[in-house]
Unconditional design. Structure first.
Length: 406
């Protein structure tokens, strides 16, 4: 027999939704451990097959070593093929060297004459996964109780395999959906960007007052749709855990200025003041995940601008405290003079995974994304608000201080 690496398919996933085992291999090891205590036989092994290859997942040899983990054979040349092709619930062969099924197989010539019993492992739909098998001295027989014990373990493994397969199928489905969402989002984003750009150009030409209003509506709608698409893609990435945590040097102040610049035209149209209040005495260069921080600030500034008709939107950064390590705890605030919300509702949305209220005409996706990204950074979000008097949202998180080498 040749030892090889197991095939990378759904049978060899590393996690199990059962909560009891981290893999199929852990479940098979448990079964082998239990059976080796209750069956006084020489060899017990569990094999998986795909109809082409038969692979030994786990084994136990009491005295004579007949089977080893990881060994594999062409399926048709294995004892397991006889078990799975047999019409009965199990297959028992008293002497493999004389039985017509096994006497001519190379495996019999390799390990010699033995008694053999095999139980199929099947899933609910009847699909075969593999076998639990026993090899012992010639003419040795298992009792009816021992056969039932093997069958019970085969049912158990079939159940675990079924759960593993369902989980793998769900992950594949989720990945396919994410790929579809990503593809569609990119295509729609490209078209919206073109519309947005053309609208901006039109606004620089001579237009009547009525035409200016229509173009402003188009520009605002394009911006909102683009924001929604970005949030949908971000949310899908977070839900499917397809998101990396990066630590690279970046200029925090420049990034915050760029975030505000995205809303310059909207602010001009509404006569809003956009302001950056920079209160850090230290260098603006930090080490962290700039993309996540920028996404969180865009989400909060977008909401602030959207629901502020007069007054200002202020983005600020202050140092809360400096630890002994080369790190700094930052507080980044987005303060607006918009319509505000009641303190009780704000407290509820800060503590639970809810978005903005229906009166905001917003699904709250950006809000939820900000909370999830902040959670990944071990940060927290707080806020104060009052109807008619604006809202102030604060993000608190830790960043490493960038230190240039001498």
């Amino acid at each position: 027999m040749i030892t090889t690496t197991l095939h990378q398919d759904w049978r060899h996933m590393t996690t199990s939704p059962t909560g009891f085992y981290n893999s199929i291999q852990e479940a098979t090891a448990h079964v082998i451990d239990v059976l080796s205590d209750i069956l006084h036989v020489n060899t017990i092994f569990i094999a998986a097959n795909d109809g082409v290859t038969n692979v030994i997942l786990d084994s136990f040899n009491r005295e004579e070593v007949l089977v080893r983990n990881g060994e594999e054979l062409p399926f048709e040349l294995s004892y397991c093929s006889l078990v799975l092709n047999h019409s009965a619930d199990y297959l028992t062969i008293s002497e493999t060297s004389t039985h017509p099924y096994t006497c001519g197989l190379d495996v019999t010539k390799t390990i010699g004459n033995h008694s053999f019993t095999g139980i199929p492992i099947r899933m609910k739909d009847g699909q075969a996964y593999g076998t639990i098998c026993v090899l012992d001295a010639p003419s040795a027989h298992l009792t009816e109780t021992e056969i039932k014990a093997l069958q019970a373990m085969a049912v158990f493994l079939g159940y675990v395999v079924e759960l593993e397969k369902d989980k793998f199928d769900a992950e594949v489905s989720s990945m396919n959906k994410l790929d579809l969402i990503s593809s569609l989002s990119n295509k729609i984003r490209f078209s919206l960007t073109e519309i947005w750009g053309a609208t901006d150009l039109m606004l620089t030409t001579e237009l009547t007052e009525e035409q200016q209003q229509y173009m402003s509506i188009m520009e605002s709608s394009s911006r909102s749709l683009l924001m929604l698409l970005n949030n949908i893609l971000d949310y899908s990435n977070i839900e499917s855990r397809q998101i990396d945590d990066l630590e690279d040097p970046f200029d925090l102040r420049t990034m915050m200025e760029n975030v505000l610049s995205l809303y310059t035209e909207v602010a001009v149209q509404r006569n809003l003041e956009l302001k950056l209040d920079w209160n850090l005495a230290s260098s603006p260069i930090f080490i962290g995940d700039e993309a996540k921080i920028r996404r969180m600030l865009i989400n909060l500034v977008d909401n602030a601008v959207k629901f502020t008709s007069t007054g200002s939107v202020i983005l600020s950064a202050t140092t809360q405290s400096v630890t002994d390590a080369p790190e700094v705890e930052l507080e980044v605030r987005v303060k607006d003079t918009g319509i505000g919300i009641s303190p009780n509702k704000l407290k509820l949305w800060l503590e639970h995974d809810h978005g903005y209220p229906p009166s905001y005409d917003n699904p709250g996706l950006g809000w939820q994304i900000t909370k999830q990204l902040l959670k990944r950074m071990n940060g927290k979000m707080t806020g104060i608000s009052e109807p008619g008097r604006g809202t102030e949202i604060t993000l608190q998180f830790t960043l490493k201080i960038y230190q240039e080498s001498a």
